[in-house]
Write a new protein. Sequence first.
Lengths: 339, 339
Amino acid sequence: MSTRVTISDVAKLAGVHPGTVSRALNKKTENQVNAGTVRRVRDAAKRLGYSPNSIARGLRTSSSMTVGVIIPDLTNPIFPPIVRGIDSYLLPRGYTTVVVNTDGSDANERKLFESLVQRQVDGFIFGTGHTGQSIVHEAYERGIRGVMVNRDSGGVPYPAVVGDDSQGIRASVEHLAQLGHRRLVHLEGPASFSTSRVRAASFLSSCAEYGLSGTVALCDSYSVDEGQRVMDAVLAEHSSQPTAVVAGNDLLALGVYHSLRMHGLRCPEDISVVGFNDMPFSGDFQPPMTTVRVPQTELGAESARLLLRQIEDADRSAVRVVLPVELIVRASTTRVHQA
Amino acid sequence: MSTRVTISDVAKLAGVHPGTVSRALNKKTENQVNAGTVRRVRDAAKRLGYSPNSIARGLRTSSSMTVGVIIPDLTNPIFPPIVRGIDSYLLPRGYTTVVVNTDGSDANERKLFESLVQRQVDGFIFGTGHTGQSIVHEAYERGIRGVMVNRDSGGVPYPAVVGDDSQGIRASVEHLAQLGHRRLVHLEGPASFSTSRVRAASFLSSCAEYGLSGTVALCDSYSVDEGQRVMDAVLAEHSSQPTAVVAGNDLLALGVYHSLRMHGLRCPEDISVVGFNDMPFSGDFQPPMTTVRVPQTELGAESARLLLRQIEDADRSAVRVVLPVELIVRASTTRVHQA
DNA sequence: CGTCAATTCGCAATCGATTGCCCAAAAGCG
DNA sequence: CGCTTTTGGGCAATCGATTGCGAATTGACG
C-alpha cells in the first residue's frame, strides 16, 4: 500500500546524496544547494512521483503536522462549522486536524487526549469548556500547546476564542423588554461549562437593568430533552408564569418548543422564546427561532490561527479574543399579549 | 512537548533489552517473553508513565492506525452521525479517524487524498460518491484499502454500505398514493451521485406501479438553495401542477418549503413534501417533515467494520451492504384536497 | 599565484520502536 | 548423564527522512 518511492530513489535518479534531496526539496534549506541541482532533484522527484513519508519526517522532527480538536459531540450542530473553520485555516498550511468526541465524559476526554499526545499531535483545540477536572490544566502544565474555543479558559493561561455571550444575552433581554415582556426565565446550561455562568450572570444583570423580573432554571446538559424537561418543570410551578424564555442555547430552546406544544401553549403567542448560537437550520424550525448568531466558522478559524502562532512562533501569550454576536429576530418572539 | 520517556528508558529500569520491552508490551508477542519479565517491564513502564511513540511505531510497521474519511461537507447534517458511527467502531480498536471535506470539488478530493496517503493512513472511507473522475478508481488500482459509505461504489470493487434508497422512495410514493395524490414531482440530486439516479429510477417505477403521473426535475447540488431554485422553476411551469413533491433529500425538501412559502403556498395543505434521510431536526421544521429515515450511525459503523476487515484480515471481497430504511410520516404530507 | 572565505554537498548519526536471527540457558528424554 | 528441543531474550538492522559536521570545489582578492 501507499508510496514505495523514497528519498533515496530520488537521490539515485538525480545522482546525488539523499541528504541533498532532502535539502533541495525543503523550502527553508533549498538555498543550501545549487540551483541547478535543485532543479535536477525536483524533476527526478516529479518523474518518480515522490511524496515524502510524513511519518518518517515526523519521527525525525518530532512534529506531526497534526492538531487535535476535542469537542463534546460532533452531532451538536454548532460544532461542524467550528471544525470547518479550523480546517479552513490549518489545511492550507499543511496541517491535518483530528477531531474527537468526549460525549461529555471527563474519562473519555482524558483517554482521547492521551491517545492524541501519543500520536504526537502538535497542539490541541479544546471545545470542551469544563471548569471541572478536565485535562486542560494538566495539558498546560505539561507544556502542551493549546487553545480554547467557544469556551473560556477557566484560569488556564491558554488563549481563548469566544463569542460575546454577555452582549448576546443582553441584546435578547433588551429585545424582549421592548416587546413588553416583564417576567422572564432563563434556562441555564450545565454548571460545568464556563459559558453557562456567563450567560446566566448577564441575564440577571440585564433583567435588572431593564427592570424586569428574571428567574433562572438550571439544566443538566445542553440538549433538547433537557430543555423540555426543565421547561416542563417551570410550567408546573404555581408561581406567576413567565411570558418569555431566554434559553442557554438553541438546543434547549428547541426543548422549550416541545414542552410548550405538549402543554398546548403556542409560541410566540403565549410565550416567546429566544435561543443562542443560531445553529444551522434554526431559521427553519417551527416557529423560526429568534436567536443570537455566533460566528462559529470564524471562532474556529481564529482559534486555529492562535494555535499555529504558538506552535510556529512559540508565542504563548494568553490572549482572549471575543468575537461580536448578533441578535437574529425571527418568529419565536412577539409583543406580549396583555400587560 | 509530549512524551520524553522512550522504550530504552523502560528497558534500563527493568534491566532488559529494548527489544524485550517491545515484545513484553505487545499483546501478540508477549508470549515470547517470560511472564515474570513481562510483569517487571509492565510496571517499569507504568512507573515511568511510558506511552509508545506511535510515529516511530508507524514508521517501522508502515501503518498509522489511522483511517481517512472523505466527505463532501461536514456541515451537511447527515455526515456527523455517519462520522460518529465510524468513530464508534474504530476508536475502541485503536484507530483514529481523520475527516476531510472536499466541498464537492474533485481537485480538492484528489489533493486531500494524496495528503492522507502521504500520512500513511491505513485505509479510506469514501462518502463522496462521484461517478465521475473521483480518485476512487485510482485508489483501488493502487491497492489502497477503502469502503464506500452512503454511496454506491460505481464499478469499483470496493465494499459499499448504503441505505435502501429504492425501497425508501417506493414507500414515499406509496404513502402519497394512499393519500390520494396523482401528480408527483421528484427533485433529483446531481447526476454525479450514484444515489441520485437510483432514487430517480425508483421514483419513476414506483409511480408507474401505482398508476401516478410522475415527472423529474434535476438539481445541480444537494442544497437548500438549489431545492428552492428548482421548485421555483417547477411552479413557474404552466403545465398541470403536482400535488406532492418527493425531494432527493431533506436539504432539497427544505428548499421546497422555502419556495412554497415564497409563492404563498401552504405545506401540506396545498402541496405535500417528502424528504429523504431524516437528518437531525427534520422533525422540528415547519412543518415537521415526512421523510425517509436512513440509519446513518449504523452506516458509518458498518463501513468501518468492513474497512477493518480489509486492513486486518486482508479480506477484499466487494460486499454490498444494504441497510433498511423507514418512512417517517410527520406533518408535511396530507390527503390531497380535491381530485 | 597563494590564501582565505564562501558554496555545495556527502557522510553518518539520529528520531523510537519492531523484528529476524541467533545464542545461551533450561527443560525434556532415553 | 549426554543430547535434543524449547524458551527467553540480546543484538543489530530497519523503517524514511532530517541535519550537524566537515571536506572538496570554486571564486575572490591582494
